[in-house]
Ligand binder design. Structure first.
Ligand code: 5RP
Length: 213
């Protein structure tokens, strides 16, 4: 079960990675919401943030933190985001909040990825949390059939439309022993926009509550 106090501690602890004058990459979710709250106290010391979702943009803007376009911001020094699962190699499943595509883009643009989680997210093997995959709507059935061939059980997140206008398939039943290989394999399928595996670019630092692992 998730632990709200650990999420708050992790969000606050990530502040120590924020450098003066930085443009901070900001993820999405309930743990990140605590980070954004803490970031607001430093807003006069940073240039602003690059956001990974409409949800985070709304919170950042409400708290008076400038939201900048990634193309204008250039390479970032820091990205802070939560996760749905994290293995001992800091490889992640993300996308529970359907923001995986922009999250992966901002993570890729950042020199350091600090992942903030509560202890319920720590696993030895990724895959108990259903793997989110963002797909182009017309490819939903095609991708579903491909996943079945790979012994996965695809479930369409009916009613959810991503910030990019796409749909989410959650894959149940995979025990992901080689996350990099699976991420590479799924990335080849036409119609998949983003796989919620962050294994090719894992986190650099993981904060479980205020404890760094
Ligand atoms: C959103 C995500 C989130 O980081 C993930 O779902 C964790 O969320 P929370 O901090 O609310 O537990 O990947 O797409």
């Amino acid at each position: 079960m998730s632990n709200v106090n650990e999420k708050r501690l992790a969000g606050e602890a990530a502040i120590r990675h924020v450098e003066d004058g930085a443009i901070v990459g900001v993820g999405t979710g309930s743990t990140v919401a605590f980070f954004i709250e803490a970031l607001a106290d430093l807003k006069d010391r940073i240039q602003g943030a690059v956001s990974s979702s409409d949800q985070s943009t709304a919170q950042l803007s409400k708290l008076g933190i400038p939201v900048l376009d990634l193309n204008a911001a250039g390479p970032l020094t820091l990205y802070v985001d939560g996760a749905d699962e994290c293995d001992p190699h800091k490889r992640l499943i993300k996308g529970g909040g359907a923001a995986l595509t922009r999250e992966k883009i901002v993570a890729a643009a950042s020199a350091k990825f600090v992942c903030i989680i509560d202890s319920s997210k720590q696993v030895d093997l990724l895959g108990k949390f259903p793997l989110p995959i963002e797909v182009i709507p017309m490819a939903r059935s095609l991708i579903g059939r491909e996943i079945v061939k790979l012994d996965g059980h695809p479930v369409w997140r009916d009613g959810v439309v991503t910030d990019n206008g796409n749909w989410i398939i959650d894959v149940h039943g995979w025990q992901i022993t080689d996350p990099v290989a699976l991420e590479n394999q799924l990335n080849q399928l036409p119609g998949i926009v983003t796989v919620g595996l962050f294994a090719r670019r894992p986190a650099d630092v993981v904060l479980v509550g205020d404890r760094e692992i």
